[in-house]
Design a protein around this ligand. Structure first.
Ligand code: PMP
Length: 446
C-alpha cells in the first residue's frame, strides 16, 4: 500500500531521493504512453521517465525479447564473447558517423560521460575539460565536476581540471542563463543567430583566446555539450554557436564530446543524433536513457585511434554489454525504425510546438516555447518583459492541477520554472491536443 511505501521510504531509502509532487505518486503499471497508479488511474506520461522511455512503456516486443533472453543467458561478463553484444554493436555503429565505429557499453549516462572524460585525457595527454554553464552531464564524482547546474552542484566539491564557459541562451540572452551578470548589450537578448549576436561573438572570441593560452597549465583535453540542453530546460544556443565552439576546441587540440543522452535516438525529429545539422563531427558521442527504454544501458562511441588510447589506462566494468541490455538495445533500434518513431517525433513535436506557441500568445505566464521534435521546454514567467521566473507556488499549483487531469509533465531549468515535455516517441496527435487543452485550462487557473 501507499502508506507502507511511505514508511519504507522514510526508514530505508536515502532521503536524497526526492518526490515530484506534494502527495507521492505511486506508479504500478505502464503501457505505451500511459502510466497507471495503484488505484488504476491513468496518466498520459509526457516526461517518459525523464526522457528515457523512448518507444513506449512495456513494449511487447521488448518484453518478448527480454523473456527469451532470460531463458537463455542473463550474464556472463564482458570477458567472454556472446552474440548479443556483437550484433548490437554492429547495428548501433551503423547509426553513427563513419569515423565513430568503436563502442564501449556501460550502464548509465554518468558512467558514459565519466569514461569520455578518461578517453579525452588519455588520448590528448592533457587534462582540462570544459563544459557549458548550467549543463547536466551526470552525478558520478567526476561528472559532478562536469555538471554545472546550480540545482545539482555540490559547493564543497573541489574540481581541478574542469572549467565552464558561458551558455548563450537564445531566450534570456548570452548572460541570462549564467546568473553572473546582465547582458551588457541590450539587443543581444533574444539573439537567435551567432552572426547577429555581438555578445555571443565577443564571448566566443574570448573563449578561443583563453583555450589557446596556457592559462590553465594542463591544456585542453575536451569539451562536452548537448545540442539542446536537457535538464537546463531545453535551452538552445544561437545558430552557429556550437560550430564556433567546435572549431575553437579542435584548433586548440581538444576533443569535442557530444552528450546525446537526451537528444539521441531520433528524439529531436530531424535527425537521429542531436549534433547532426550543426556542421560538427564529434570525436566522442555518449548515449544513455532512450537507448534502453528504461533498462540500464549506455554507451560511448568513438574513433579507433581514441579507443586505442584507453589501453594505456585500465578500464573495466562488469555489466556493460550485458546480454539482456544488448537485446533491449537492439530491439529499441528495430522498433524506432519499424514504427517510424523519429518521423513521429518530428510530426507530433512540430504540432505541439505550434500549439504551444499559440498558448504563449494567449497566456501572460508562457514566456518561451522552445525545442525540437519531442524535446520541448515551456518557460513560465511571472512577467514577460523581465522574464522573471513564475513564482514556485504558482508553478506547483499548475503542476499538480495537470496531474489531477491525468497529465504528467517534467520540470527543469535554472529556476525550476520550465515545463519539460519529453514523452515516449509513440504519442499521437490526440495526446498532444490533450496536453494543450490541459495546459490551457491550468494556465487560466493561476
Ligand atoms: N547527460 C545528460 C544530458 C543527462 O540528461 C543525464 C541525466 N539526466 C545524464 C547525462 C546522466 O545520466 P544518468 O542519470 O543515466 O547517469
Amino acid at each position: 500500500s501507499l502508506e507502507k511505501m511511505k514508511i519504507v521510504r522514510k526508514s530505508n531509502l536515502n532521503p536524497v531521493l526526492t518526490t515530484y509532487y506534494s502527495q507521492p505518486l505511486a506508479i504500478h503499471q505502464g503501457y505505451k504512453q500511459w502510466l497507471f497508479d495503484l488505484e488504476g488511474k491513468r496518466y498520459l506520461d509526457m516526461f517518459g521517465g525523464i526522457c528515457t522511455v523512448s518507444v513506449g512503456h512495456s513494449h511487447p516486443k521488448i518484453s518478448e525479447a527480454v523473456n527469451e533472453q532470460i531463458r537463455t543467458l542473463t550474464h556472463c561478463s564482458n570477458v567472454y564473447f556472446h552474440p548479443n553484444i556483437h550484433e548490437y554493436a554492429e547495428k548501433l555503429a551503423a547509426k553513427l558517423p563513419k569515423q565513430l565505429k568503436v563502442i564501449y557499453f556501460v550502464n548509465s549516462g554518468s558512467e558514459a560521460n565519466d569514461l569520455a572524460i578518461l578517453m579525452a585525457r588519455t588520448f590528448t595527454g592533457k587534462h582540462e575539460i570544459f563544459s557549458l554553464k548550467n549543463c547536466y552531464h551526470g552525478m558520478t564524482y567526476q561528472t559532478m565536476a562536469l555538471t554545472c547546474n546550480t540545482h545539482y552542484k555540490y559547493p564543497v566539491l573541489p574540481n581541478p581540471g574542469f572549467s565552464k564557459t558561458m551558455n548563450p541562451d537564445v531566450y534570456k540572452g548570452i548572460w541570462g542563463g549564467n546568473r553572473c551578470r546582465d547582458s551588457p548589450v541590450q539587443s543581444d537578448r533574444n539573439c537567435s543567430c551567432l552572426e547577429h549576436c555581438e555578445a555571443a561573438k565577443q564571448y566566443l572570441k574570448q573563449f578561443q583566446e583563453d583555450i589557446k593560452q596556457e592559462f590553465f597549465t594542463p591544456g585542453l583535453a575536451g569539451f562536452f555539450a548537448e545540442s539542446i540542453q536537457g535538464v537546463g530546460g531545453a535551452v538552445q544556443y544561437p545558430k552557429g554557436y556550437l560550430k564556433g565552439v567546435y572549431d575553437a576546441v579542435k584548433s586548440a587540440g581538444g576533443l569535442f564530446i557530444s552528450d546525446e543522452v537526451q537528444t539521441g535516438f531520433g528524439r529531436t525529429g530531424d535527425s537521429f543524433w542531436g549534433f547532426e545539422g550543426h556542421n560538427i563531427e564529434p570525436d566522442i558521442v555518449t548515449m544513455a536513457k532512450g537507448i534502453g527504454n528504461g533498462f540500464p544501458l549506455a554507451a560511448v562511441a568513438t574513433t579507433q585511434e581514441i579507443a586505442r588510447s584507453l589501453t594505456r589506462a585500465t578500464h573495466f566494468n562488469t555489466f556493460g554489454g550485458n546480454p539482456i541490455s544488448c537485446t533491449v538495445g537492439l530491439t529499441v533500434l528495430n522498433i524506432i525504425e519499424e514504427e517510424r518513431l523519429q518521423e513521429n517525433s518530428k510530426q507530433i513535436g512540430t504540432h505541439l510546438l505550434m500549439e504551444l506557441a499559440k498558448l504563449r500568445e494567449l497566456s501572460p505566464f508562457v514566456g518561451d516555447v522552445r525545442g525540437k521534435g519531442l524535446m520541448i521546454g515551456v518557460e513560465l514567467v511571472s512577467d514577460k518583459e523581465s522574464k522573471q521566473p513564475l513564482e514556485p507556488e504558482k508553478f506547483m499549483k499548475l503542476w499538480e492541477k495537470c496531474l489531477g487531469y491525468g497529465l504528467i509533465l517534467g520540470k527543469g531549468g535554472l529556476h525550476g520554472n520550465v515545463l519539460r515535455i519529453k514523452p515516449p516517441m509513440c504519442i499521437t496527435k490526440e495526446d498532444a491536443d490533450f496536453t494543450i487543452q490541459v495546459l490551457h485550462e491550468t494556465l487560466q487557473s493561476i
